[in-house]
Design a binder for this molecule. Structure first.
Ligand SMILES: Cc1ncc(COP(=O)(O)O)c(C=O)c1O
Length: 417
């Protein structure tokens, strides 16, 4: 979606994030791929829930009933926001845990000799669980390897798909180099190539903060993202298709299979307040859309698309300034695509003769938050031939960063190298 002539209202946005609204002053945060700030809409539901309704929900008293109602609203709004049915979503403590549960749930589906395709562009959350599963079942892990630039090429995937491929699991975008993979193009290739129709999973943790997707339009069997990177509390959300849910060996108690609000992929059950607070994430997107001119918010999914288009444009403007600055430095290597096209607002780089550690420390001394290392995309850093300890400097944006933040960052980097 493209929204013409609507500019992001930074003053309004900052007021929605208590961590920034209180006059963050000269603090600028560029580690948003690690986790975003929570919005006031989510925080206020958490606060109300913990202060007034933190008890066993869905009971006969008014308070218990209200606790359950707030949780139902959270589930319903999140499902509408990302364009899926309420029963298709599983909530867990994190995406790593959700992928791990998913792999456990598929132990009956994977047999000796089967193949699971993963990529070495991924975060380990979407590799290790599949490696453990193939080891358990005498199956084979097949890597869709990145090219020299760290990119995944469709031709390479075509070569490794076979009649034995049972699962293909890949990242929607790289949490290191920021490259976006076209989920439906990959899914089409898998479906067209493999008559047995493998299960297709995508990791959206790095992508969702920049452009929360309409998951219902993605041709995947599972899609994972984390709410602590999408302006909410610390949780992981997994969409699972009905086909996948049918195949799963239930991880929940046997008597809860098919029971409302229970997922076969969740052995535990999530924090009640965090479930209720999901409504706050959805409210934020709706408030954002209204504030920026969407007068009639009929559907949260439409509000999401409208808001994301404006957020994306604002992030891209800052990203292009940073990329231009870094590209002009002869001693800098930027990983991933050279321009903003096909790249989320996430940049990884190294500077010849200067450690990533020292750059991040110097930024920290300027009150600019950033991180260095492998960011659990260990195998990608290995494939790029980089030092695993010093890794890369990663600068990742969220739409609440301003031009002033970007200018401070660029001025500080200019002093450092
Ligand atoms: C691309 C990607 N996938 C998965 C994860 C793991 O998410 P979680 O921390 O919710 O387990 C991360 C976390 O940084 C990530 O960046």
């Amino acid at each position: 979606m493209k929204i013409d002539n609507v500019k992001l209202d930074s003053e309004w946005v900052l007021a929605q994030f208590p961590l920034l609204a209180d006059g963050a002053g000269d603090f600028s945060f560029f580690d948003n791929a690690g986790g975003t700030f929570p919005c006031v809409q989510s925080n206020s539901i958490s606060e109300t829930f913990y202060n007034q309704y933190k008890m066993q929900p869905y009971g006969a008293t008014e308070k218990q009933a209200e606790a359950g109602r707030l949780m139902d609203v959270g589930r319903a709004k999140m499902a509408e926001l990302v364009g899926v049915e309420i029963t298709d979503l599983t909530y867990g403590p994190s995406t790593t845990q959700n992928f791990n549960n998913l792999a456990h749930a598929l132990t009956d589906h994977i047999m000796t000799g089967d193949e699971i395709v993963v990529t070495n562009q991924d975060h380990e959350a979407n590799i290790g669980c599949w490696e453990r599963l193939v080891q358990l079942k005498g199956a084979k892990l097949v890597f869709w390897q990145v090219d020299a630039g760290g990119e995944l090429q469709l031709d390479d995937l075509r070569q490794i798909l076979s009649g034995k491929t049972k699962i293909v699991s890949f990242t929607h975008s790289s949490n290191i180099i920021g490259s976006i993979n076209n989920v439906n193009e990959i899914a089409d290739l898998v479906v067209d190539t493999c008559a047995q129709k493998p299960l297709i999973f995508a990791d959206g943790v790095s992508y969702a903060p920049h452009n929360l997707p309409d998951i219902g339009k993605l041709n995947v069997d599972a899609y994972c993202f984390s709410t602590y990177k999408t302006f909410g509390t610390h949780m992981g959300i997994m969409y699972a298709s009905k086909r996948l849910t049918k195949l799963a060996r239930a991880q929940c108690h046997f008597f809860n299979i098919g029971v409302k609000n229970y997922s076969v992929f969740d052995a535990a059950g999530p924090d009640h307040a965090a479930i209720a607070s999901l409504a706050g994430i959805a409210d934020y997107y709706a408030d954002f859309a209204r504030h920026h001119g969407m007068n009639d918010v009929k559907n949260l999914n439409d509000a999401r698309a409208f808001a994301c288009a404006i957020m994306h444009e604002a992030e891209t403007a800052l990203l292009s300034e940073l990329l231009a600055f870094l590209a002009a430095k002869p001693n800098v290597t930027i990983y991933g695509r050279s321009g903003v096209a096909g790249r989320e607002a996430n940049v990884a780089f190294r500077v010849e003769g200067v450690s990533s550690q020292s750059i991040v420390a110097a930024l920290g001394a300027n009150n600019i938050g950033a991180k260095y290392g492998h960011f659990y995309a260990y195998r990608l850093i290995q494939a790029l031939g980089l030092d695993l300890d010093d890794g890369v400097v990663r600068l990742s944006y969220a739409h609440y960063l301003t031009k002033a933040d970007n200018d401070r960052l660029i001025a500080a980097l200019d002093e450092i190298f």
